[in-house]
Design a protein around this ligand. Sequence first.
Ligand code: ADP
Ligand code: ZN
Length: 212
Amino acid sequence: MNIIFLGAPGAGKGTQAEIVSEKLAIPTVSTGNIIRAALKNGTEMGLKAKSFIDAGQLVPDDVVIGIIQERLSQDDCANGFILDGFPRTIPQAEALDEMGIRIDKVIDIDVADEAIVGRLSGRRVCKACGNSYHLEYKKPAVDGVCDACGGELIQRADDAPETVLNRLHVYHEQTEPLKSYYASKGKLVTVKGQEHVEDTTALTLRALEDEA
Ligand code: ADP
Ligand code: ZN
């Protein structure tokens, strides 16, 4: 199954993507994680992306489309994949269509703007593997330490309050139109993001079962 997770930054799409990925044994492809890895490794693409990310802006379409094209052509995506954070603009969605990539379901994790800022300020990510946690909603077993790899948990620079507002604005402006794009194709399912991760997961899994 080929699935897209949509939603505002901090709506919890990455967390749901990770859970479903394990459950269905298909990889999650997160453009945010790929770009951050490139940044950390100091690649040319990473350098190009840095100023956009730091400002809470989107990285240009051609850059992320290139990333996705390469990643989805790898063998592990042959039996299905989950896209987390892509597409984020209409041209990106059109690029997927042009690549001939079939999308089975688009899950929109719906969370009100007012809740987003608090969610992002409490978010912590693993410096080593990128797994994400939350100080209240998704605590690691040991404070400040990643459950998956033992790495150090840090706050992302773009989770700073000023940048968060910018990202929300960009989301409404450029990403939200994807809801009608996929609704008109009959692919969109809306899941109301709940306060607790497990509750959102239950709704997400139900939404996916309707398909199978
Ligand atoms: P979040 O969903 O919490 O905003 P991501 O990790 O998905 O975080 O993305 C972080 C940043 O990476 C975005 O603010 C943007 O600058 C860049 N980025 C990720 N995916 C895309 C994309 N599909 N198109 C453009 N920029 C992207
Ligand atoms: Zn880790």
